[in-house]
Each structure stands twice: as structure tokens, then as C-alpha cells.
Design a protein around this ligand. Structure first.
Ligand code: AGP
Length: 608
């Protein structure tokens, strides 16, 4: 998992642009960073080291040398530990070729062996370095940079977004894509390539998304795209991206995560403005399915768990939420032409999800997608898809993308209920009114409850174990609340359906263990009160997220976070997760951690 960027222009400002772009890509990886530039004397200058971008820049001054062509890379190690040697860019034996890469070259060991036998010298333990030496082979035999790159690409197995430069042709960047995202940006006098759009948006909003199996030659103000397999030219118009740069920056919040939590009223409103025809199409496919799987990883999986309750309760349709990495093993043999797979992925690039989707496609299943990224792999391999319109999410912890997924899934459940004739028109109208109120409700919670959550975070920040419990659809909220806390504050936490307590987990409760109950006023309320009593009797500190004026739950709780009344039970996962996102955020901040850059994690996991 890494971020790559390349820039070529007519002015000597390449390093500055690449450095700025790297800062916007840092969420993709931040264990090491590096740049490669061809200086005015046409020498290749490499600067790289372990550490975050600012640290490495302070040490090495990444703004120099003055150059018109530069590549940059921020790394999240996959092959080879985070060391200076393994940091990108990687070079060939002569120091004429530089390569940056995001992905995994699966056959690098055999290629490396072959290249070692030919006398190449390797400086790193990465899979990427073979690419520099393969290109060197081609250049040595008189090929152009383009041909040497294409011949190298044809030998690679695995995933890559690659950008390559050479001192022999210092007016070109050759870049290519296979299963790792890569976009190209164009302006009058320059050209860019990058792992995602925000990295280049300050400089251009004209963007071309490169497809798998394509290679592009970038020159100042010019791009030429071809297919790697047969060198056939590809003609694709640049799209004009409407995002503003501000959308991709922090807007005065201390962290992207907090900014993104606060963006939820807007992102929810956007997700309610989806085109009906796409919702109708997906609903029709879901209705035709014999077996329906909801496929996702992490937070997106928890959205699918909530969705399975929505589909069942509203449309009387049984669906199976499955963790992507378990899908093939668990259900692979049962798939067929009547299977429908609805894959949910914020990035649309999660390796586990795409692998499972590929398998299901091979078994003739119908693939549907929900994602936040236009042009992502998921959008290209789905029969029909919905883009949830959350805007770029920079914080590693998914927040606004989760609630947007939920509201998209709720719309699908509602439509499905309608076409299956499972709800009366009055019920549908009432639910629709409720649905369209959700962004205002979330806005209200953010305005009124943030201070209370901050207080609770302060009080419990030093605890070393948290328990999250919910019943019914709130199980999803408990699981997602736990994941938020776990991933950014590193606090060991448990979450499970509250009814499971007495089957084992209750034994971990000690005097003072903070136990968070998600208890909306739905059909599970009576039973969850029983669970609160069980925990209280064993000394747990009870923190309840419940409806305002729920006196009974208030009386049993040490701390409460009050939610507005009259939220339809099926929609409670959306507002009820907001205080838990804030709780995780403020506990991480109290502990002195950076919630945007949790250790060992990356925003989108595009490797096995
Ligand atoms: C969420 O906070 C995570 N960091 C992570 O679990 C994420 O949801 C998961 O990797 C799936 O990503 P996707 O939605 O882009 O497929």
C-alpha cells in the first residue's frame, strides 16, 4: 500500500509539486518517503528515507534539485521492512532509471533470480526493484523508454501502479496500471500521474482514470495512452472533476477524521440525491437473486450487517453479510448463476473484496457495487453500481463513508420493499420522511452532543478495556463503534450482540469496566435493559447511547449520550454511530495519538 505521484512540466517546479502531492497522499502510507528528479545537468537525483514526509523533508530537503520532471512515493511496507534501502524510488544498476510503485509484483523472486544471473545488482529487498532492472535490460538493448517499459510490464504478474523515468529520455514519464489505482492529470504545460485525485487537484481538474492493462506516456501538456497487451492506442477524454481543493483539506479541523465526522450531514444529503435509475437497477437485480451476499471488509462489512436487518425487516428478504476474505472459503462452492453479490467498498480497491468479486464473477454471479470512488476497480467490474457521493475521505478511519453506505443501503431496502409489495404506501411514505430527516438529525447530534462526548472521553481515556453491546440492528453499531476506538486509540475492546454476553464474554467484566450500550427505543429495548442490569451487577460502568428522556435506561447508567426521539428503528445505525465516532476520536486525542494516521493501518488495503 503506497501513494505514487509523477509530474512533468516546462518550469523547474517539479519537486515542489510532487512534495505537495505527497502530503495529500500520505494517508496511503507513511513509513517512508522518497523522490527522484532529473536535474538540469540531466542527472538522476534520488532522495529517500524512513519517516513521515515532513521528517524526511526536514532531513533531506525534498524541494531540491531544481527539476522539470520528478517522481514521488510514500510507502506502507509490503515486501521488505520499512528501511531507507526499501523506500522508493528504486533505480537500475547504472542509476539512469527510477521507478515508483504501488502494488505487489507476485513473480518478483523468479525475475530477480534471472536478473541476478545476468549480473544485475540489487540494493533492496522489495518486489519493485525488478522493474527498474527489467527496464534497464530494454534500454541496454537499444529500446526506447516506452518499449523497455512495455516489455517489462508484459513480464510482470500482480498488481501495480507504476511511474518510471530515465535520464536517457528526461522529457517523459511512462506510467502504467494493473489493479492499483492511477489517475492522470493534464494542464496546458504539464502532466501528472498519481494514486488519487486530491494529490493533483490544486494544479488541474482535468483527469483521466487509467484502466487495468494500460500504459501512458506523459510529456509536458500531453498524454498518450496505449494498451500494454498489443500497443493499441486508447482514446479517452479527460473528465472535469468538480471537487474543490478545500474538500480535500482539513478546513480548520485539527484532524481529517474530525472534519469528516462533521461533514456527515452534507455527505448524507448527497447520498440521498442518487439517481433513481441506478437505485432501480440495483433493486431489480437484488430482487431476481436466489441467494444474495453482501460482501465487504472492515467498516463496510458492518454497514452490510446493518443492511441485512434492513432488507429482512423492510423487504422480507434474507441476505448474507460476509467478510470478503472469508467469502471464497465459506461460500465459493455454493455460487452460481442465480447468486447476486452486492460488494460494498468505500475505496472500490480493497484487495480482499475484489478477489472475492472476481471469484463470484467466474461462477457467473451477478456483481453489484456500492463505492465512493468513481473509476475504481469495483465500478469497472460491477454489472451495476452506485457511487455514494461522500467526497474524498482522507482519515484512515471510515466515518462519513460508513453513514453514506448505510443511507444508500436503506434506500435500496425501501425500494425493494416496494417492488416486493411488502410495505403499504403509507408505511413507505413514512419511512421516506424519516430517511430524509436523517441528515438534520445528525446535524443536531453534532451540534448538541459533542461536548458531552468529549467529557466522557476524558473520563474514560485511560481505561484499558472497553465493551460495546447492542441488539438487533444495533449490533452493527456496537461493532463499528468498537472498530473506531480500536483502530485509532489502540485500546483493546470487545463488541458483540448483547444476548451473547452470558455465553462467555461476561467473564471479562471487572469493577469499573466501561461498557457501552447502544439502546434505541426499538423492539430490543426490554431485553437490552436486562443486559445492562447483568453488567451493572458485575461492576461495569455503564455508558448508554439512548433516546432522550428514557428514564429507565438513564437510571441504570453512569453516563448517557442522549439521541433525538422518533428515529425509525431501521435508521438508528446512522445517528447512533455519531457519538461513538466522536468518542473514539477524543479518546485517541486524549491519549496523544494522531487519529488520522493509526499505526500499521492504511486507508485502502490493496494488497493480500
Ligand atoms: C475503517 O475505519 C477501516 N480503516 C477499514 O476497516 C476499512 O473499512 C476496510 O479496509 C474496507 O475498506 P473499503 O470500504 O475501502 O473496502
Amino acid at each position: 500500500m503506497c501513494g505514487i505521484i509523477g509530474y512533468i512540466g516546462k518550469e523547474c517546479s517539479a519537486n515542489k509539486i510532487v512534495l505537495e502531492g505527497l502530503k495529500r497522499l500520505e494517508y496511503r502510507g507513511y513509513d517512508s518517503v522518497g523522490v527522484a528528479a532529473v536535474d538540469v545537468q540531466k542527472r538522476l537525483v534520488i532522495k529517500k528515507d524512513v519517516g513521515k514526509i515532513e521528517e524526511v523533508h526536514e532531513k533531506l530537503n525534498l524541494l531540491e534539485p531544481s527539476s522539470k520532471i520528478t517522481l514521488g512515493h510514500c510507502r506502507w511496507a509490503t515486501h521488505g521492512a520499512p528501511t531507507r534501502e526499501n523506500a522508493h524510488p528504486h533505480i537500475d544498476c547504472k542509476g539512469n532509471v527510477a521507478v515508483v510503485h504501488n502494488g505487489v509484483i507476485e513473480n518478483f523472486l523468479e525475475l530477480k533470480e534471472e536478473l541476478l544471473e545476468k549480473g544485475h545488482r540489487f540494493a533492496s529487498r522489495t518486489d519493485t526493484e525488478v522493474v527498474a532492472h527489467l527496464v534497464e535490460e530494454g534500454l541496454d538493448s537499444g529500446e526506447s523508454l516506452y518499449n523497455a517499459t512495455v516489455n517489462a510490464l508484459r513480464r510482470l504478474k500482480g498488481s501495480y501502479a507504476l511511474a518510471i523515468i530515465s535520464t536517457m529520455e528526461p522529457d517523459k514519464i511512462v506510467c502504467a496500471r494493473n489493479e492499483s489505482p492511477l489517475v492522470i492529470g493534464l494542464s496546458e504545460n504539464s502532466a501528472f500521474c498519481a494514486s488519487d485525485i486530491p494529490a493533483i487537484l490544486p494544479y488541474t481538474n482535468k483527469v483521466i482514470v487509467l484502466n487495468n492493462g494500460e500504459v501512458a506516456v506523459l510529456e509536458a501538456g500531453k498524454v498518450e495512452i496505449k494498451r500494454v497487451s498489443d500497443n493499441m492506442p486508447v482514446s479517452r477524454e479527460a473528465k472535469v472533476i468538480e471537487w474543490t481543493i478545500e474538500q480535500a483539506e482539513k478546513q480548520g479541523y485539527a484532524h481529517f477524521m474530525l472534519k469528516e465526522i462533521h461533514e456527515q450531514p452534507t455527505s448524507l444529503r448527497n447520498a440521498l440525491r442518487l439517481q433513481e435509475q441506478y437505485l432501480d437497477l440495483i433493486t431489480t437485480f437484488l430482487d431476481r437473486g436466489d441467494k444474495i451476499f453482501l460482501l465487504a471488509a472492515g467498516t463496510s462489512h458492518y454497514a452490510c450487517i446493518a443492511a441485512s436487518y434492513m432488507f429482512s425487516k423492510l423487504a422480507r428478504l434474507a441476505t448474507y453479510p460476509v467478510i470478503s476474505s472469508e467469502f471464497i472459503e465459506n461460500y465459493g462452492d455454493s455460487l452460481g448463476i442465480d447468486t447476486v453479490v452486492l460488494a460494498v467498498s468505500q475505496s472500490g480497491e480493497t484487495y480482499d473484496t475484489l478477489k472475492a468479486v472476481d471469484y463470484a464473477r467466474m461462477k457467473a454471479a451477478t456483481i453489484l457495487g456500492i463505492t465512493n470512488v468513481v473509476g475504481s476497480t469495483l465500478t469497472r467490474i460491477s454489472r451495476a453500481y452506485i457511487v455514494q457521493q461522500s467526497g474524498p475521505e482522507i482519515g484512515v478511519a471510515a466515518t462519513k463513508s460508513y453513514t453514506a453506505q448505510l443511507i444508500v443501503l436503506a434506500q435500496l431496502a425501501l425500494k425493494l420493499a416496494k417492488i416486493r409489495g411488502k410495505l403499504s404506501q403509507d408505511e413507505i411514505d413514512e419511512l421516506k420522511t424519516n430517511l430524509y430527516n436523517i441528515p438534520d438529525i445528525v446535524e443536531n447530534i453534532l451540534e448538541k452532543r459533542e461536548e458531552k462526548v468529549k467529557e466522557i472521553a476524558k473520563k474514560y481515556a485511560k481505561e484499558n478495556l472497553f465493551i460495546f453491546l447492542g441488539r438487533g440492528i444495533s449490533t452493527a453499531t456496537a461493532l463499528e463503534g468498537r472498530l473506531k476506538l480500536l483502530e485509532i486509540s489502540y485500546t483493546p475492546s470487545l463488541a458483540y450482540p448483547a444476548g451473547e454476553s452470558k455465553h462467555g464474554p461476561i467473564s471479562v467484566i471487572e469493577e469499573g469496566t466501561p461498557t457501552i450500550f447502544i439502546c434505541p427505543n426499538d423492539e430490543t429495548r426490554k431485553e437490552i435493559i436486562g443486559n445492562i442490569m447483568e453488567m451493572k451487577a458485575r461492576g461495569a460502568k455503564i455508558i448508554s447511547v439512548c433516546e432522550e428522556d428514557d428514564q429507565k435506561i438513564k437510571n441504570l447508567s453512569d453516563d448517557i449520550i442522549e439521541m433525538p426521539k422518533q428515529i425509525h428503528p431501521i435508521l438508528t445505525p446512522i445517528p447512533y454511530i455519531i457519538p461513538l465516532q466522536l468518542l473514539a476520536y477524543y479518546i485517541a486525542v486524549e491519549r496523544g495519538l494522531d487519529p488520522d494516521k493509526p499505526r500499521n493501518l492504511a486507508k485502502s488495503v490493496t494488497v493480500p
